[in-house]
Design a protein around this ligand. Structure first.
Ligand code: PEP
Ligand code: MN
Length: 337
């Protein structure tokens, strides 16, 4: 339920929050530019009791949230969410590019990658230390050593970094190093993991499962947010279809659909969506034009030598060109890097 306040007085707001909590609900205060609302989120069966809050001083109305994603949806928060992570801004008028190799392979490799993506205009470094590989015999990542390399490289380049966390036990160590926690496509519905990152104090980058609907993606965001972590970033990274020319099929329409239903920033990953480096540039431009808030792009100093996803990784020179070519599209959308 949404409690729309007529008053902005602290005592009126506090009284409503107190009653919501007495009824066994979580209270989420949203002080927007236009109005102040309080979301009451919890077991749907007792929602009729919340209707009585309409009689409290300063309350304008109590209305039902119709969508199943309550905290992630625009019904409760109409304004776009914007997060500041170090010197990177995610959401709003700034367009954010997260770039780097699929996997951290060595200290030298990630330092080299960090320098070149920063120089080309990326604002967040990416790299996998714990890798979700299709085969157990493939490179599984440098684990904690990889986190240390990422941390040092990102600090030298003066940019925050994002890395994947694969299970609830890893959350503590990844959170200790990383600025943004990534939930991979394969784990989008790993509810134990979603709850664990929901308790973390770092923003969460949630990738759409390759066989998941937009609604399911938003419900996964809801799992994270219902644990108290409001800083969620959504990412479309391609879904499975019958098409075999591309690794996945980029569902570009997911961008405006997600922007319509949710206030959360929406990113596109054209690297995993296509699986081929030469398709990254056109899909990156399409993402900007569709209204995305940012991109995640795989860049490797020497893609031919990459331990994982070399075929879809851009060389530094190519990445620089892709970034330059985005400029007119960003300008048309009223965004800046
Ligand atoms: C990745 O970002 O390296 C990755 C494994 O992506 P996804 O979870 O989208 O497959
Ligand atoms: Mn990858």
């Amino acid at each position: 339920m949404i409690i729309v306040m007529a008053s902005r007085k602290r005592e009126d707001i506090d009284r409503v929050i107190e009653r919501i909590q007495e009824f066994g609900y979580q209270a989420h205060l949203i002080e927007g530019v236009e109005r102040t609302v309080i979301g009451a989120v919890g077991d749907e069966r007792g929602k009729d009791r919340l209707q009585s809050l309409e009689s409290l001083p300063g309350v304008e109305s109590v209305v039902r949230i119709l969508k199943p994603f309550k905290l992630a949806g625009r019904e409760l928060r109409s304004e776009d969410s914007v997060y500041q992570v170090g010197n990177a801004q995610i959401g709003g008028p700034r367009f954010c590019v997260m770039a780097g190799p699929c996997s951290v392979e060595s200290r030298e490799q990630i330092f080299e990658a960090a320098r070149c993506v920063k120089e080309a205009g990326a604002s967040v470094l990416r790299g996998g230390a714990f890798k979700p590989r299709t085969s157990p015999y493939s490179f599984q990542g440098l684990e904690e050593e990889g986190l240390r390399f990422l941390h040092d490289a990102s600090r030298e380049a003066d940019m925050p970094f994002i890395t994947e966390v694969m299970n609830p036990e890893q959350v503590r160590v990844v959170e200790e190093y990383a600025d943004i926690l990534q939930i991979g496509a394969r784990n989008m519905q790993n509810y134990g993991l979603l709850k664990a990152v929901g308790k973390a104090g770092k923003p969460v980058f949630l990738k759409r499962g390759m066989m998941s609907t937009i609604n399911e993606l938003l419900m996964s965001a809801e799992y994270i947010m219902s644990e108290g972590n409001n800083q969620v970033i959504l990412c479309e990274r391609g879904i499975r279809t019958f098409e075999t020319e591309t690794r996945n099929t980029l569902d570009i329409s997911a961008v405006p659909v997600l922007k319509k239903y949710s206030h959360l920033p929406v990113f596109v990953d054209p690297s995993h969506a296509t699986g081929h480096w030469h398709l990254v540039a056109p899909m990156a431009r399409a993402a900007v034009a569709a209204g995305a808030d940012g991109l995640m792009i795989e860049v490797h100093p020497r893609p031919a030598e990459a331990f994982s996803d070399g075929a879809q990784s851009l060389k530094p020179t190519k990445f620089k060109k892709v970034m330059a070519e985005l400029q007119p599209f960003l300008a048309a959308m009223g965004k800046t890097l």
